[in-house]
Design a binder for this molecule. Structure first.
Ligand code: SAH
Length: 217
């Protein structure tokens, strides 16, 4: 069961969470504002309603997790989105990261490979406020060729390598933010498709994501 009530207690806890991730180094006020706006406890089972504003990942079923708020803020900040940009997200999961991007005014296309998680978002009332999110059930490795090219691509699962098909679906000048690695920790990378077609790679901090897996389930 999801919580559907946003109390003053929750709002207060959310402000503290924003302070915490600000202290950890997030500086983009638009991103912090989105975190402050979105009731994260709506995205978790009501059993987690009190702890939803701790800066931690939590289980969302099917062996998957809602990412830690700091991680969501970090990836979003690196993506440098502007309103109306076309953004592709791989790994919808709880749709929390999707909601943060939607708050920033992008046109979001998000893909989830696990049917139960995809289906859960169909009945999730809070998401109805975001007319700028399109949900897809499929394999993120394939991307969405019909909707490409995208200004930005964000991968929210650990990829062993940078998927070429997703690079192909990026506009010139576009950027991808992706945690790359096969072990327990991955390196956050930002890849920019430059005018001459070459890729600029920047490496950031280490994070720990669930793996990006091929095929649907
Ligand atoms: N962005 C999510 C994070 C969920 S964890 C959130 O805010 O809650 C990563 C998600 O990626 C999981 O739901 C997992 O099922 C999904 N995933 C893993 N490999 C995938 C793939 N190839 N295509 C689409 N989704 C994938």
């Amino acid at each position: 069961m999801r919580s559907t009530e946003d109390s003053y207690l929750h709002k207060g806890l959310r402000k503290q969470l924003v302070d915490t991730i600000r202290q950890k180094g997030i500086t983009d006020e638009k991103v912090l504002n989105a975190i402050n706006t979105i009731p994260r406890h709506f995205f978790l089972d009501s059993a987690f309603a009190k702890t939803a504003y701790e800066d931690r990942a939590f289980p969302i079923g099917e062996g998957q997790t809602i990412s830690q708020p700091y991680t969501v803020a970090y990836q979003t900040q690196l993506l440098e989105v502007r309103p109306f940009e076309k953004v592709l997200e791989i790994g919808t999961g709880s749709a929390y990261q999707a909601s943060v991007l939607a708050e920033l005014g992008v046109a979001l296309y998000t893909i989830e490979r696990q049917k139960p998680l995809f289906d859960a978002n169909k009945n999730f009332a809070y998401l109805k406020k975001y007319h700028n999110i399109k949900f897809f059930y499929g394999d993120g490795y394939e991307g969405l060729p019909t909707y490409a090219p995208f200004d930005k691509v964000i991968i929210t699962a650990a990829a062993p390598d940078v998927p070429q098909k997703l690079i192909d679906q990026l506009k010139t000048g576009g950027m991808m933010v992706i945690p790359v690695g096969t072990g327990d920790v991955q390196r956050m990378m930002r890849i920019t498709k430059q005018e001459n077609g070459s890729l600029k790679e920047q490496v950031f901090d280490n994070f720990s994501f669930v793996p990006m897996i091929e095929g649907k389930r």
